[in-house]
Design a protein around this ligand. Sequence first.
Ligand code: NAD
Length: 350
Amino acid sequence: EVAVTQSPSNGTNRRTPHPAPEKRGTTLHTVVSGGAGFLGSHLCEALLDRGDSVTCVDNLVTGREGNLSHLRQNPHFSFVRVDVTDREAINLALSGLRVDAVAHLASAASPPDYHRIPLETLRVGSRGTENMLELANGHGARFILASTSEVYGDPQVHPQREDYWGNVNPTGPRSVYDEAKRYAEAVTSAYGRTRGTNVGIARIFNTYGPRMRAIDGRVVTSFIAQALNGDALSIYGDGSQTRSFCYVDDLIRGLIALLDSSHSGPINIGNPSERTVASLAELIVALSGSDSDIEYFPLPTDDPTRRKPNIDLAMSALEWMPRVGILQGLKQTIAWFAGRPDEVRDAAPF
Ligand code: NAD
C-alpha cells in the first residue's frame, strides 16, 4: 500500500520557492527515509527550518505520525507511507520528483524493536539500503547512511576510531541489527567505489532527546520513565559499563554537516563524554525529583561493556563537535516526557 499525502508536485518541488540556505544559494530536496522516527523527525524539521524541502518515506513500523504533525502544514514537506524495501513502491511514490539528497535512516533501532522484527531489520539494512542507494544514484544525489556504533560490537579498542573493524558476534541475537548495518556500510561503500555515487556513512552513537518512545527499551528512556513513575530503575549488570550520550540537536547538526559535505566516511558522530550506567541512573533520579531505588539484573547476551566515540575525524572533516551537556540534555528530555504522563505510565510494568 502506498498512501501519498501532500506530495510535492514536479512544479512546487523545483528550485527557490523559499529563502535559500546561506552557503549554497539554492534549496535542496532531501528524501529522508525513517523520517517519522526519533532522529528522522528531528532531521526533517531541521532541514525544513533552513529552507530545504523534504519528503519523508516511512512505513511507521517503529515511527509515529505524531512526530511529524507539526510539519504537516509546511508546503515544503510531504509524507509518504511506504516500505523502503519495496523498490516499485518507492519509485512510484517519488516519480517525477527531483532528488538532491537521500538520508537513509529507516531501520528498527532499539533492541526490543529489532528483536520483535528481526528479519525486517535485516531486510531494511540490506534491500532497503540498496533501494535508497539506487534512488540516489539515479538522481546523481548525495546519499548518507545512518549507521551505528554497534558495528564496533563489544569493542576491544577504546575509544573507538573509525579505522577499528569491530568485534561483532555474527550469529547472536543482536546480529540482526549489527550485521545489517555492517552490510549497509559495505553496500554503501561499494556504490561509492563502483558506481560513483556520492555517499557518506555516519556511525551514530547513543543519542537521546524528545520524541524517543518511553517503551523503546533504551537506557535513557527506561530510566526516565521509571523515575517519573516512582519505580525502581533497572540496571543490567553492575552498572559499571559505560555509554556516551549525545543530545539529539547535536547529532542532527552532525548529520547535516555530513549531508552537506562530500566526505565518504565512515565518520563517528556522538558525544565522547563517557559515563557509567550507574551514574546516569543517579543523575536521572536527581533531575526528576524522584525517590526511586535502583535494582540490578543480569547483563543480556553480547551487551557491550564500553562504548565511546573518538570524534577527531568529525571535528576536522566536518568542523563538528557536540555542544549540549548531559545536564541540559537530560533536563529537556525529562521535561518532554513529564508532559506526556499517559505514555510514561504505559511504560510501567504491570
Ligand atoms: P526509530 O525507530 O525511532 O526510527 C526508525 C524509523 O524507520 C521509524 O520511523 C520506522 O517506522 C522506519 N522504518 C523502519 N523500517 C522501515 C522500512 N522498511 N520502510 C520504511 N520505514 C522504515 O529509530 P531512531 O532512533 O530514530 O534511529 C534512526 C536511525 O539511526 C536508524 O537507522 C538507527 O539504526 C540509527 N541509529 C540511531 C541511534 C540512536 O541512538 N537513536 C544510534 C545509532 C544509530
